[in-house]
Structures are given as C-alpha cells and as structure tokens.
Design a protein around this ligand. Structure first.
Ligand code: GLN
Length: 456
C-alpha cells in the first residue's frame, strides 16, 4: 500500500531519492511469514520505514543529497539501519535532504527540492524534509531523520508530524555520514508520539562501534508515552523559555504555542517562566562550530575514495590536486562551499581563539543555562520553529534568513539534550501546521515522550 502511495504522489512531493521496491517487498513477505508463525522480530516487525539518505545502507545508494556521492553504494549498514533490518522493518527507500544536511528547507538538495504535502508550493523544512514529507503524505508510516541543529524537529513542525532528537549518544552515529560529529543525532519521524517511542527503543541504546555512544540503558520511552497519553501531567514542572519566543516568531505560531501551554496546565502541570540568557547567542555559536567540524569532515571527499571523479578540462596528465579541485568544484553545491570556507577560516591559526575558541566557551554557557533551567523545571518548552512553512524559493538565496529557522532548535544540539516536536495545530493566518518543542535533561528522553503524548 505504501509503495502504491509513493507511486501515486511522490512525483509531486519528491520525498524520495531512491525507492527500493523489490527489497521492501521481500522484507515485507519475510515479516508476514514470521507473523504467521507467531514469532515477530519486534513490535514493529513488517511496518515499513523510510530512511534519510545520510545513513549508510548496504547495497542501496547513499548520496547525502550531494552530487559528490552520486553512484556511491555503501558496503555496510549504519547501526540504525542494521537495527531496523533486525527488527523486521522493510526499508521503502532513501529520503531527500539538503546537501550534507545543511539547510532548513531541503532546497539545497542537488536532486531538486521536496514539496510540503500541505501546500506543494511550500518547503517541508530541512534538512530532513524528505523524511517528514514522506510521513506527512502517508508514503511511509515511519521515517528516520538526523538532527544536528533541528533537522528532525523543524521539518516535523512545518509538516504536522512528530520528530525526536534523542540525547546525544543515545542513538549510534556509526554509518551516519557526519555533518558535525559533536552535534549529530539520528531519531524518529512519525505521526504519533507513541510511534516515535516504539521506534526510538528499537534504534537506540549502546553501540560499541560509536565511541560517543552512552553505555547505559535507554529510559523507558514507550511506557512514558503511554503514561502521557492518559492526559495527566500532575507533578510535572514545565519551563517556558523567555528567550525562545516573542520577536521573530509568527503570531499564529505563538498563539498555538500558548494553547499547548494552556493544555499542559489543564493536564495538571505547573508552568514557570525560565530565562536562558545565553540562548540568544546559540545561533551564532552553532554557525561557527558546525562549519568548523563540517569543513574537516568534508575533506575526505577528495575524488579518490568515494563517488564522483571529475577530470579537469583541457589538462593532460592532471595531478591528484587538479582532479580533487575539479571534483569538489563540480560535486559540492553553494551552501556546502560556503560552510567549508567559513569553517576553514574559523579554524585557521590566526583566528582560532577569536572564533572557534570563543564559540566553544559560549557553548559551555548554553549548557550552564540548561542546567540552571532544569533545576527549576522538568522540561522546557517553546515553539519548534519561528514560522510556518515558507514558500519555495523565498529564502534560498538568503543564508541568514535560512539560518534563523533554527533559532529554537539549536540550543539542544549544543548541549546534547533530547527534544521532541509535537504538532500544535494550524496557524490561524495561513492554515499551516505549527509545532511545540519539549526539551529534557540529558538521558531523560522519557520526559519528552510523557509530555508530548499528553498533548495529542
Ligand atoms: N538548519 C540547520 C543547518 O543548516 C540544520 C542542520 C541539521 O540539523 N542537519 O545547519
């Protein structure tokens, strides 16, 4: 049914870069047999899933939305993918994304943009717009995204889906093509909070192949979602973050957010206002740390090891350096080049202290603000994204306007805390989806599921 739905609507939505029809059908019939025999591999055995094209899939092309990886077929599965296969979930295909996960609209994909199923002239968020659109358009019941600065949560908000960024280290990064190693996390994209909890429990937990993986059991996420679904939040302290609202946020987004807070109060929660003064610097901090890490990560695309190789025109016996230059010139898009230049600059010896070093200090302040806020509240809440889905083309040539979409989501990545975005209704002025973000302390992912489920 999902393959039929993809065939019917993906021409217009373009959520997928690859659809693995034969593979998905074979995995589905194997799941049918296990179920008929009464021995399903997991709670989600046989439930199809879409995977963001930044995770390595053995035998299935993995492009990261970039020309430079065109034609690359990984010889191994990312741990997340291996766990999906072991749990019996048929993989429908790979979803579209901004090139190397840099962007907030999926317009930076080298393979053309994804369209928001709510209004095909609008963006589905980014960088994981493909995963969110696939779920929103009923092409897949579940998807995997990755979130370095909001790429699961912001697409969730603007497509009316649920998206979770787990605690840093809670889900293995092995086989996830790194954008910024200290910020990246893979996580669920679904239609309900309980679905995310079920999926998170399957993909999460310790992995010896990832040196930053937390060697502790996951909190009880499904149980927390079920508890929240009873609608009782008594005893839960909710902190509304002063700095994540107000100026720069669309009126209808703020109105729906206030409604969500009112719902929490009705459910018995206690609401307090908390201030995190350093959060106003989080965006600037992120846009130094991220390009710095990304510029180093992208150095491996050298025309020798993976994918594309371009021979420079008119040069006979071109040197390795000349081939590398021609390949990187043709293979990387503008946003990727911009960040390589920014990152290389921020890391260069004369500027290191002034930029990268300074950003690391502010990162510590963000973590301290979180600690102080979590002493006053069990979870923190804000709108997930400052606006609803904007029109395709509206911000693509204005990097600063594009970066501002991440205002509310970035602090969580800088400190490794978990966050969820849950639909909070349609904005009155444009009838488009909005989302509420719920953040919890490191390793307290269960709290975002409890509070998130109470809002459904
Ligand atoms: N919009 C952010 C960026 O462009 C999101 C990145 C992400 O989470 N992958 O960096």
């Amino acid at each position: 049914a999902h393959l039929d739905r993809i065939a019917a609507v993906d021409g217009a939505v373009h959520a997928f870069l690859q659809v693995d029809t034969d593979g998905a059908l074979a995995q589905a019939s194997a799941a049918d047999e296990r179920r008929a025999a009464g021995s399903p591999a997991s709670a989600l055995d046989g439930v199809p899933i879409a995977v963001k094209d930044v995770l390595a899939t053995k035998g299935l092309p993995t492009t990261c939305g970039s020309r430079i990886l065109e034609g690359w077929v990984p010889p191994y599965d990312a741990t997340v993918v291996a766990r999906l296969r072991a749990a019996g979930l048929p993989i429908l295909g790979k979803t579209n994304m901004d090139e190397f996960a840099m962007g907030s609209s999926t317009e930076h994909s080298a393979y053309g943009p994804t369209h928001n199923p709510w209004d095909l002239d609008r963006i589905p968020g980014g960088s994981g717009g493909g995963s969110a659109a696939a779920v929103a358009a009923f092409e897949a019941p579940l998807a995997i995204g990755t979130d370095t600065g909001g790429s699961i949560r912001q697409p969730g908000a603007v497509t009316g889906t649920v998206g979770v960024k787990p605690t840093y280290g809670g889900v293995s990064r092995y086989g996830l093509v790194a954008l910024a190693n200290s910020l990246d996390q893979a996580g669920p994209v679904t239609r309900t909070v309980l679905d995310s909890a079920l999926l998170h429990e399957l993909i999460g937990g310790h992995d010896p192949l990832d040196s930053t993986s937390i060697d502790q059991p996951l909190p009880a996420l499904v149980e927390a979602a079920r508890q929240g679904a009873t609608g009782d939040l008594s005893g839960v302290r909710i902190g509304v973050v002063t700095e994540l609202g107000g100026e720069g946020y669309q009126t209808g987004v703020l109105a729906r957010f206030q409604e969500s807070v009112d719902l929490m109060v009705k459910a018995g929660a206690e609401v307090v206002e908390v201030s995190c003064p350093s959060f106003v610097h989080a965006l600037a901090t992120y846009y130094l740390i991220l390009p710095a890490e990304a510029s180093s990560n992208l150095a491996k695309f050298d025309a020798m090891r993976y994918g594309l190789r371009v021979w420079p025109e008119g040069i006979e016996n071109a040197s390795a350096e000349e081939v590398m230059r021609a390949t990187r010139d043709a293979g990387f898009g503008d946003e990727v080049k911009r960040r390589i230049i920014l990152g290389t600059y921020a890391l260069s010896s004369g500027y290191y202290d002034a930029y990268y070093g300074q950003a690391q200090k502010v990162r510590t302040l963000v973590t301290r603000d979180f600690e102080a806020a979590f002493a006053q509240a069990d979870v923190l809440v804000s709108p997930t994204a400052p606006t609803t889905a904007f029109r395709l083309g509206e911000k693509v040539d204005d990097p600063l306007a594009m970066y501002l979409n991440d205002l509310a989501t970035i602090p969580a990545n800088l400190s490794g805390v978990p966050g969820i975005s849950v639909p909070s209704g349609l904005a009155e002025e444009d009838g488009l989806p909005t989302g509420v973000q719920i953040l919890a302390p490191v390793q307290a992912d269960d709290r975002v599921y409890r509070v998130g489920a109470a809002l459904e």
